[in-house]
Design a protein around this ligand. Structure first.
Ligand code: PEP
Length: 252
């Protein structure tokens, strides 16, 4: 089902103390948030147990990355099955930092998506173009190709566990955000690619990510094809993250 989601990706930031402070604040405000918005915390894997303990059932928890295997001699990796066992609901797949810094290809993204779906968790699959690709007019084609290849192996009954996050690479951590009009246009394009793939496109949540802050969230979240946000930097500041969660227009 298409859900409103605000997910905070802490990346490789934080500590037990910061985790306690952030989750404590979010939890204290959770009951004042629109009950239709699912708040997801995606901390470094080592803090997942702490976050889950503190989050109770008010917040969902995700993991930033998993290996493409179920188990075995893959030192340093964790599997989607382990993330599920630990109590996670979501897995980020194909974040641009994984693609750029760790060489993750579309094929690897597709393999990880399959693994996540077969473990029963929901994959938040990240796609987005670089500045060069946008400036040369290829943004839509690049993003469409990432969606098609990353989701190529999704089976019919698994679409309900797929979320797509459109994150223009040039907007991540830079303070530059796509205008709400440009973001909406790309989200509509992604929805139409999903439809052409035979997916229940209207049911799939599409998140926008890239320098979302308290002062631009309202305009982005008011767009009809933007179902929420994937938040990096601002998710490390409790008040900012909670303000972003509040920016869904009432009754949407
Ligand atoms: C991200 O890392 O997914 C992200 C969107 O980061 P930021 O909000 O800091 O741009």
């Amino acid at each position: 089902m298409r859900r409103k989601i605000v997910a905070g990706n802490w990346k490789m930031n934080g500590s037990r103390d910061l985790s306690e402070e952030l989750v404590g604040y979010i939890r204290s405000e959770a009951e004042t948030l629109d009950s239709g918005v699912e708040v997801v915390i995606i901390p470094p894997a080592i803090y997942i147990g702490d976050v889950l303990k503190q989050a109770h059932k008010l917040l969902s928890v995700g993991v930033q990355n998993v290996g493409q295997w179920q188990s075995g001699a893959y030192t340093g990796e964790i599997s989607s099955e382990m993330a599920k066992d630990a109590g996670c609901r979501y897995v980020l797949v194909g974040h641009s930092e994984r693609r750029q810094l760790f060489g993750e290809t579309d094929e690897l993204v597709a393999a990880k998506v399959s693994r996540v779906l077969s473990s029963g968790l929901t994959a938040i699959v990240c796609v987005g173009e670089t500045l060069d690709e946008r400036e040369s007019g290829q943004a839509e084609a690049i993003v469409a190709a990432q969606v098609r290849s990353g989701l190529a192996q999704v089976e019919k009954g698994d679409w309900q566990n797929v979320v797509v996050a459109y994150e223009p690479v040039w907007a991540i951590g830079t303070g530059k955000t796509a205008t709400s009009m440009d973001a909406q246009a790309m989200h509509a394009a992604i929805r139409s690619v999903l439809k052409n793939m035979g997916a229940p496109a209207e049911e799939i949540s599409l998140l926008y990510g890239g320098s979302v802050k308290a002062d631009n969230a309202a305009a982005l979240f008011a767009e009809p094809d933007i179902d929420g946000g994937l938040i990096g930097g601002a998710s490390l500041v409790a008040e900012d993250f909670v303000s972003i969660c509040r920016y869904f227009p009432a009754g949407t």
